[in-house]
Design a protein around this ligand. Structure first.
Ligand SMILES: [Mg+2]
Length: 225
């Protein structure tokens, strides 16, 4: 991070004390391994078996279908929609077969454990609750609430979603910091709601002004109330 960014962050945070830190889940706290295994391996493998075609062909078809819906529509996130649309039956066994892939980024436990003693922590994710609870199973105790935009509000992570969370938690948007790895859903939309949004770019490329991992949160947050 360069000094201009730090100065900007500090001036933003000085306006009001931060009470709540909100985290995106996938790509921020949880690695993409589980999602990769479900969406790009297990689902195409089951589809190949059901259709009697080879895996590569099934994967091509399914990736094309994912692209047709796209991440701006709710169906994209809804595993039950995909199982029904692709004629795959129940999702339970497939989800179960991928549980071993759930993993957290290396700094996550230490950062959450340290911040949880000073702030209220929540999750604000676009992942449906049935998957989100599984993804967060080892870090759940650090969070006071877990919000899924899709399951709780039937919407994407829009500015309204962030406003609803603030209302539910009884805080002003300016008392909330949200961190996440999606420029639109975590940064622009949270900022539009008046939340102090921090963009996480784990690639660390080209973006000196963004967080490259969660340990940097400690440096940009003001002392707690
Ligand atoms: Mg994410």
């Amino acid at each position: 991070m360069d000094i201009r960014f730090l100065t900007m962050i500090i001036s933003v945070f000085q306006m009001k004390q931060i009470e709540l830190i909100s985290f995106d889940a996938e790509g921020t706290v949880v690695t993409p391994d589980f999602s990769q295994a479900i969406w790009h391996e297990a689902i195409p493998a089951l589809y190949a078996q059901k259709q009697g075609i080879d895996f590569a062909q099934a994967k091509r078809h399914i990736v094309e279908e994912y692209g047709r819906i796209g991440d701006q529509r709710l169906e994209w996130y809804d595993i039950e929609y995909w199982f029904s649309y692709l004629g795959l039956g129940s999702s339970e066994l497939v989800i179960h077969s991928c549980l071993g892939k759930i993993a957290y980024y290396p700094e996550v436990t230490e950062v959450l454990s340290s911040l949880a003693s000073e702030y209220k922590l929540i999750v604000a994710s676009g992942t449906p609750l049935e998957l989100l609870h599984l993804l967060l199973r080892d870090v759940k105790p650090y969070f006071v609430r877990i919000f899924s935009s899709v399951s709780h509000y039937r919407q994407l992570k829009s500015p309204d979603f962030y406003l609803s969370i603030c209302e539910e938690m009884g805080v002003e948007p300016s008392q909330v910091t949200h961190v996440g790895d999606n420029w639109q859903f975590d940064f622009l939309n949270a900022r539009q709601a008046g939340v102090n949004a921090l963009y996480l770019d784990r690639s660390g490329r080209n973006h000196q002004e963004y967080l490259s991992d969660l340990t940097q949160l400690k440096h940009v947050l003001p002392p707690p109330i």
